[in-house]
Design a protein around this ligand. Structure first.
Ligand code: GLY
Length: 343
């Protein structure tokens, strides 16, 4: 991993180097690479380590540190952290002096397979997630399973849900390989080498899609599979003061949207069954009641992916057979929630 980092930095030409971390990655991840000669003289910028730091204030802190540290158009920002750091750092770099280059070194599984790749950058604003931002890809993204060793199983599972999504929109073999892999082999250990190989495949799926549709006009909507329902579940949980990791909500969202895929697009029932079994076994159940269906529906109607006020789903006709811009009635959606709740 040290070699990959050193090589990536060597291939960039820059006058000053800045490293953005959060308080946790500064403690757990920076020590793994700080001794590299390429980081000699680099200036550190640190922000708080939770998603509520993805704010205008933190962004201003990064801009100020760049300015006071003498950054020019030819400076380089390295974002070392999870999705919050890579999103905010990517946006800070994309806007400072109209844009300086940045490199992402994602340190969580979720950011390795999703946030750090594909050029979506931004901050939360006015109570809305990722409300302000731009599309602008990192010069390089460095993936290393070394960083994943400090993650607990819940955080690994959270990222794994996005990998499952990539498998579903890709091909049956990749999907089956993901269902076979045991993140926790039963003795509390993970095969990080194999996980690293699965991550590389997963990122390649996203890269292929982003290359074809960088600004989400069409095909990139495939990456929203599981997210219309998932975001609603996440919002409900947040409103109720329950902690639900993003990937868990996506996993339960996949159950919902694959069920809808069966109903509306003839997705094969046995593949639904196998996926649901894997998710319920690893992620457990999202507990909620019928009286919360209306609130979930309301969250879905406010999803920023909707067009013309109509709830917009990405569904599948089969694994890899992507159907974007699918609509469902309120009855369909309630039936989908029944399926999630009762199986
Ligand atoms: N997270 C989905 C995307 O990057 O489009």
């Amino acid at each position: 991993m040290a070699e990959d980092v050193a090589n990536a930095i060597k291939h960039q030409s820059f006058d000053r180097l800045f490293i953005l971390t959060d308080t946790t990655t500064l403690r757990l991840c920076w020590p793994l690479i700080c001794a590299l000669p390429c980081f000699q003289g680099a200036q550190m910028i640190t922000i708080g380590d939770t998603d509520d730091n993805k704010t205008l204030e933190s962004l201003a802190h990064v801009w100020t540190a760049l300015q006071q540290g003498g950054a020019t158009r030819h400076s380089l920002l390295v974002n070392l952290g999870g999705g919050m750091v890579t999103d905010l750092g990517g946006f800070a770099a994309s806007t400072f002096k109209r844009g300086i280059a940045y490199i992402n070194i994602p340190t969580t599984l979720l950011s390795q397979v999703d946030a750090s790749v594909g050029g979506k950058t931004g901050i939360n604003f006015g109570g809305l997630k990722n409300e302000i931002g731009v599309f602008n890809c990192a010069a390089t993204v460095i993936l290393s399973s070394e960083f994943l060793r400090s993650l607990d199983l819940r955080n690994l599972l959270s990222g794994y849900a996005e990998m499952l999504k990539h498998g579903l929109i890709s091909d049956t073999e990749s999907w089956a390989e993901l269902l076979r892999f045991e993140l926790d082999n039963g003795q509390g250990t993970t095969d990080y080498r194999q996980l690293g190989a699965l991550v590389a495949k997963s990122v390649a799926v996203k890269e292929r899609i982003v290359e074809e549709d960088p600004t989400e006009k069409g095909l990139r909507k495939a990456l929203n599979l599981g997210h219309t329902a998932g975001h609603a579940l996440e919002s409900l949980a947040m409103e109720q003061g329950r902690t639900v990791l993003h990937g868990y909500a996506v996993a339960w969202g996949l159950i919902c949207e694959l069920y809808l895929s069966v109903v509306k697009c003839d997705f094969p029932k046995d593949k639904l069954r196998q996926t649901v079994q894997f998710i319920r076994q690893n992620y457990g159940d999202f507990t909620f009641e019928c009286k919360e269906y209306d609130r979930l529906y309301e969250f879905m109607t406010h999803d920023k992916k909707n067009e013309g006020g109509i709830i917009n789903f990405t569904l599948l006709g089969d694994i890899g057979d992507i159907r974007i811009n699918q609509q469902a009635s309120k009855d369909d959606i309630f039936e989908m929630l029944d399926f999630l709740r009762e199986g």
